[in-house]
Design a protein around this ligand. Structure first.
Ligand code: HEM
Length: 413
């Protein structure tokens, strides 16, 4: 195996250890995970990789073992513990601040997550359907009236989830330029540590003020309900409320935006699949699951640290060792999916791990599914003649971002 697939920030102390491949690895084709993942998956359920700081966590690449780790409470998601793996220097920047519940373990994780579970239940979220349909229609009306060409990210994929999460949380959409920009800074693995901290502080300051206003003048939104039900009763501090707001705001728009744009691109690169959906938009819900599997946007691995010696297949992970669970590798595991590299919108089942697994499995998945289904249905219905507007090698992929996707997607029709 070669070690030439190092990321740009690799080459520090780790360069001396040639034995374990550098990670994260480079993608040869932006639409497929790095070849390294397939090679490692072939060899063992978990393999050592070398990160930018010289640490050597285990990378779990097989579907069964990914599920095993993610549901096992002996693997902690608490980033303040020694041995927790950070895939980039920028990811370490937030180590000094208390985390939101995505980086907590039970029981505190469960206690905080339960405070917002109701808001994201399928039944509750499906009530947002008519509103999401209206937003999709209006965004497509505007894009069609102004174009072609258009940037599908700016005109559609980004505003849709941003508007929805703003309305749900009670964040003014007028501030979208600010929070989208700062979120990108936070998620960019090349951002210098000081800038990551500055972006976090600005976002936190903004949300603290907003939450403060809601405490005085509550509205009909999630943050006001959280304050009334929990913060006022002292079971959630104001700081925790602000951190939760930040988690929901970022997770609520960056993920779905990138998944929408990548889904459209993946389908356009597979004309037969695109035609199947245009001919029968009723196939969209199944296609969304297959696209989530095929384009796993949380692509650098879910970080965990072992609390006790534990077996992963025939590998023993020692207490205190870091683990990265590669959802991208697990979702292309031939043991779980026949012909895993093929996009097949008629593939049955929902066994993919794009939303993670176990106690941290994505809280927002009913909302993400609703948005993706309505977005893709709108596009195949109204723009069946959609095409990519630039040569494929000019597409700006988000290689260095914690959430994979596209910065822009130029399209014509
Ligand atoms: C296509 C869209 C999305 C994808 C692929 C996705 C993926 C994921 C993944 C893989 C995790 C697990 C992280 C871990 O175990 O360390 C996660 C957690 C989470 N997601 Fe999503 N997500 C999406 C959309 C959303 C949306 C729309 C929201 C809404 C606010 C959201 C909120 C969250 C939250 C709060 C967590 C933390 C859950 C916990 O720790 O208990 N996500 N997501």
């Amino acid at each position: 195996m070669t070690h030439t697939d190092a990321t740009p920030f690799h080459g520090g102390p780790s360069a001396a250890r040639a034995a374990d491949p550098a990670y994260p690895a480079h993608r040869d084709c932006p639409m497929d995970p790095p070849a390294l993942l397939g090679e490692l998956r072939q060899q063992a359920p978990a393999s050592r990789v070398t990160l930018w700081d010289g640490s050597r966590p285990w990378l779990v690449t097989r579907h069964a073992e990914a599920r095993q780790v993610l549901r096992d409470e002996r693997f902690s998601a608490d980033s303040t513990r020694d041995g927790f793996p950070f895939v980039s220097p920028s990811a370490t920047a937030l180590r000094d601040s208390p985390p939101s519940f995505i980086r907590m373990d039970p029981p505190e994780h469960d206690r905080q997550r339960r405070m917002v579970t109701q808001e994201f239940m399928i039944k509750r979220v499906s009530r947002l359907g008519p509103r999401v349909e209206r937003i999709v229609d209006e965004l497509l009306d505007d894009m069609i009236a102004a174009g072609p060409p258009a940037d599908l990210v700016e005109a559609f994929a980004l505003p849709l989830p941003s508007l929805v999460i703003c309305e749900l949380l009670g964040v003014p959409y007028a501030d979208h330029g600010f929070f989208q920009d700062r979120s990108r800074v936070l998620l960019n693995q090349h951002t210098p540590v000081a800038e990551v901290r500055a972006a976090r502080d600005e976002l936190t300051g903004y949300l603290r003020e907003l939450v403060g206003e809601k405490a005085v003048r509550p509205q009909d939104d999630l943050l006001s309900r959280l304050l009334a039900d929990h913060t006022d009763h002292d079971d959630l501090t104001m700081d925790d409320t602000v951190r939760m707001a930040l988690l929901l705001l970022i997770a609520g728009h960056e993920t779905t935006a990138n998944m929408t744009a990548l889904s459209v691109l993946d389908l356009l690169r597979h004309p037969r699949q695109w035609e199947l959906l245009c001919a029968d938009p009723g196939r969209v819900p199944g296609a969304v699951e297959e696209l989530l599997r095929h384009q796993t946007i949380v692509h650098t691995g879910l970080p965990r640290v072992a609390l006790a010696d534990t077996e992963i297949g025939d590998v023993t992970v020692r207490a205190g060792e870091g683990v990265l669970v590669s959802l991208a590798a697990a979702n292309r595991d031939e043991r779980a999916f026949p012909e895993p590299d093929r996009l097949d919108v008629e593939r049955p089942g929902r066994r993919h791990l794009a939303f993670g697994f176990g106690v941290h499995q994505c809280l927002g998945q009913p909302l993400a599914r609703l948005e993706l289904q309505i977005a893709l249905t709108g596009i195949v219905r109204r723009l069946p003649g959609l095409r990519i507007g630039v040569p494929a090698d000019e597409l700006p992929f988000r290689h260095n971002m914690a959430i994979f996707g596209l910065f822009h997607l130029p399209v014509v029709w």
